[in-house]
Design a protein around this ligand. Structure first.
Ligand code: F6P
Length: 372
């Protein structure tokens, strides 16, 4: 029988347990494989901490939030140690061989795809499953976690409407998504936000204030603004992109250190951008403005039906690939199909919202301000 390891890495996300179950029940129940669950993502892989995942361990987890295996944001080639970051790829290869593994299933987002690619390059049999609330993974229609997070953020936008219209306020709801605007755009459309601000379309305070002013003149003296955590005004966005380019262009270690320090500095000064925007909008419109940061509420709790179905079918498809001996791939959702895509096409890529995407066009048509 084949022996396979599985782990969850990066931020937790609804649907991880559903995917573990989808893979596990197919691998163990259908193909009679032996399954090991590594604890806490890359950390457990490096420290060789794992537990057997049998039928009993896989039962009753479909609806549970988070991950029964634990997770971390550790990187395999820069693993945190008291002496600084260490390349642990050789250690992981040793552990993999000592355990006699035939394959390793890694559930995670963009960072995990990079780790998976490094292990593939070191000769391991790896399959990646695309998990993230951010929906920013290349080559797949969507990722599990996204649909649930969009439901939660939509519900939040629905609810802040009560206070916004009762108190005649501007309420800015900050939504996660890292550098991508999918979650904010989707929840903003579904929740009927008056203005949606995403990283891919830098805003100007003037444009946002103008939209609010027009609403007030039409008799709606309140506004609900969905703000992506990565959204920036035109100037901050340019500063941030310039700082990122400097990091990419840096050649010597000194240049790299200086460029990274500069990027961190830019990020720090922009961290409270939603509060800054609230103050600017108060000054520009004369309305009271308040901020609600949704934070980890968006990633918590039971996955939606759509995410349970997606996680189950991608997990089951990964077990088929192990049985067929196909590795070095991410299992992508393409329509109703689960399609293996080489990790080389996924790793290091981020799927952002194209500024002319159909969702953006629909939002504009129904009169939503995009801040530009
Ligand atoms: O990738 C998921 C995500 O929730 C992003 O939307 C967010 O930027 C990030 O993780 C937050 O990371 P952490 O869990 O380390 O606070």
């Amino acid at each position: 029988a084949k022996k396979v390891g599985i782990l969850t890495a990066g931020g937790d996300s609804p649907g991880l347990n559903a995917a573990i179950r989808g893979f596990g029940k197919t691998a163990v129940g259908h193909y009679h494989m032996e399954l090991l669950g590594f604890r806490d993502g890359i950390t457990g892989l490096v420290e060789d901490r794992h537990e057997p995942l049998d039928g009993r361990a896989l039962a009753g987890i479909l609806t549970i939030g988070g991950t029964i295996l634990g997770t971390s944001r550790e990187k395999v080639h820069k693993f945190t140690t008291p002496d600084g970051p260490v390349d642990m790829v050789p250690t992981v290869v040793e552990n993999y061989e000592r355990e006699g593994l035939d394959g390793l299933i890694m559930l995670g987002g963009g960072g995990t795809a990079k780790n998976a690619k490094r292990l593939v390059d070191a000769g391991l049999n790896v399959i990646h499953l695309p998990k993230t609330i951010d929906n920013d993974i290349a080559e797949t229609d969507t990722t599990f976690g996204f649909a649930t997070a969009m439901e939660i953020a939509t519900d939040a936008i629905d609810r802040v409407h009560s206070t916004a219209h009762s108190h005649h306020r501007i309420i800015l709801t900050e939504i996660m998504g890292h550098r991508a605007g999918w979650l904010t755009l989707g929840a903003g459309i579904a929740g009927g936000a008056d203005i949606i601000l995403i990283p891919e379309i830098p805003y100007t305070v003037e444009s946002v204030a103008r939209t609010i002013g027009e609403r007030t003149r039409r008799g709606s003296s309140f506004s609900v603004v969905a703000v992506a955590e990565g959204a920036r005004d035109v100037k901050d966005s340019a500063d941030y992109e310039a700082a990122r380019l400097l990091v990419k262009a840096a050649k010597t270690p000194e240049q790299q250190r200086a460029a990274r320090a500069h990027l961190r500095n830019v990020e720090d000064t922009q961290r409270e951008h939603t509060f800054t925007l609230a103050r600017e909008l108060e000054a520009a419109t004369g309305l009271e403005a308040r901020v609600t940061i949704l934070g980890y509420v968006q990633r918590g709790g039971s996955p939606s039906a759509a995410d349970r179905v997606l996680a189950t079918r991608l997990g089951a498809a990964a077990a088929d690939l192990v049985a067929d001996g196909e590795f070095g791939v991410m299992v992508a959702a393409k329509g109703e199909e689960a399609v293996p895509v080489p990790l080389a096409k996924v790793s290091g890529k981020t799927k952002l919202v194209p500024p002319d995407h159909a969702w953006v066009q629909a939002a504009r048509k129904v009169g939503t301000g995009l801040g530009d």
